[in-house]
Every structure is written in C-alpha cells, then in structure tokens.
Design a protein around this ligand. Structure first.
Ligand code: SF4
Ligand code: SF4
Length: 232
C-alpha cells in the first residue's frame, strides 16, 4: 500500500500556518474528487481513502494541527476495516514524521489539510544534476487519480503556489531537496524500465515530456499527454 507524504523539517507553528495559507489554491476548477470517487468501491476520492494512501506529516505540522483541529488522529492501522501493514509502514517512516488518518472526505476541514494533501498527486521533480525543474506525479496512482490523466486541468495558480512553496522549503532544508532528488531518481528508474517519458509541469509554465535516461525535455500540449484507465 502506498503512502504519500512530504518530508518537511522543523518549522514553527506560525510558519506551518503560513505555508498552508500560501498553498491553498484548488488543483483544478472542478472538484476532481467527484471524477475519481465513482471508480473507488468505497465511493471516496482515492487520495482521501486511508485504504489507498496513508498521509504523513512532519512532526511540526502535527504540533500545529493537534491543538487546532479534530480532523486528524495518529494512524492506528485499523481505519481501513482490516489490519494494515502497520509495522512495515511505521518502520519506513522517518522519525521526523508521523502517519496520520483524518475524519474522511465528508468531514474534511480544508484549512487544516496537511501539506501532503495539498501537494497530492504531485511532488517536486529534481533532475540528476540537482535542479528543481517542476512537478511530477506519484506514478503509483496513474490508474486511480483523475488529475494524472488530466494534467491540462491543473490550474496556473495551483502550479505557482506549489513551486513557490517548495522553493521556500528547499531554501530552508537541504534534506528536503535531497529526499525528492531520490524520489525523482526512483521515478526515472521506473520509467526507463517501462520505456516511457515522464510528464513534467515545468516551473516555466510549460508542460514537457522528459526522457528519463537523458533528461532531455520536449515541450508538448498538455491535452495530448497520456491518459490512463479508467480515464481514457
Ligand atoms: S487529486 Fe486525484 S485522487 Fe485526489 S481527489 Fe483529485 S482526482 Fe481524486
Ligand atoms: S484532510 Fe481532507 S484532503 Fe486530506 S486526506 Fe483527509 S479528507 Fe482528504
């Protein structure tokens, strides 16, 4: 079972709130949860369904969230109805982070979404020569997340806020940058194996297909990017 998270280092509570306020734009004009939920047997948007993804947050986010909202609790592993791989997932989670579960999409409190909710399904893509060039998506969710099949729908404002947020975090924390460099490398390996190119929502506002071996980028029309079942 995948987990998705951001790896933010120590931040004071005021800074956490500032980051949340600066990264608040909806991902698209329409409610993408309505697009993907019908394909999930639980009827929930995939990224808000603990059976599909366990969100994690940095401990400093938790320090802010805990006294301010009842939205979250520490993930127990029984929220999905059957025991999940608690030990494995917890063992893989850095000490600086905590796995969380929320009240669910019917009772979401948008103001208190974690950074991992705000960034999903994207992560900052870092090239092999250590440049943060834009946004790539969590490839394990290709068959679940509607946004991944509809990258042209991602709003300009959302993209700008995403890039600004990570520029700020990377300026503060080198290990943030390093961890996404590793994640990007994993994506390149996966796409090399599959002989596919990686779609990139570039920080310059364009959309590109990146060859994972050479990292050569070709600008493309977002509407022509691959779509995945069941969204073809
Ligand atoms: S981001 Fe993807 S998985 Fe989450 S609600 Fe939107 S379409 Fe569904
Ligand atoms: S806090 Fe809201 S956006 Fe985040 S996982 Fe829960 S329901 Fe989804």
């Amino acid at each position: 079972m995948p987990r998705y998270f951001t790896h933010v280092n120590e931040l004071d509570v005021q800074k956490v709130r500032e980051l949340y306020d600066g990264f608040d734009a909806p991902i698209a004009r329409l409610d993408c949860g309505k697009k993907c939920a019908p394909y999930n047997p639980s009827g929930k948007p995939f990224c808000c369904d603990i059976c599909h993804a366990v969100p994690a947050a940095y401990q400093s986010e938790w320090a802010y969230l805990q006294p301010n909202t009842n939205l979250w609790h520490e993930w127990r592993g029984d929220e999905c109805g059957s025991a999940q791989e608690v030990d494995t997932l917890k063992a893989e989670t850095p000490e600086s982070m905590i796995l969380l579960a929320c009240l669910g999409p019917d009772r979401c409190q948008r103001d208190f979404r974690a950074l991992s909710c705000r960034q999903f399904p994207f992560f900052p893509y870092v090239t092999a020569d250590y440049r943060f060039v834009g946004m790539a998506y969590e490839w394990e969710f290709e068959s679940k997340c509607w946004v991944i099949s509809n990258l042209s729908q991602v709003s300009v404002r959302y993209r700008e806020e995403f890039i600004r947020t990570y520029d700020e975090l990377f300026a503060l924390f080198q290990d943030e940058f390093d961890s996404y460099a590793v994640h990007s490398e994993e994506m390149r390996a996966h796409f090399i194996e599959q002989k596919r190119r990686i779609p990139i929502l570039h920080r310059n506002g364009g959309v590109y297909l990146l060859s994972p071996a050479s990292e050569r980028m070709v600008r493309v029309e977002a509407g022509k990017l691959p779509k995945f079942e069941p969204y073809k």
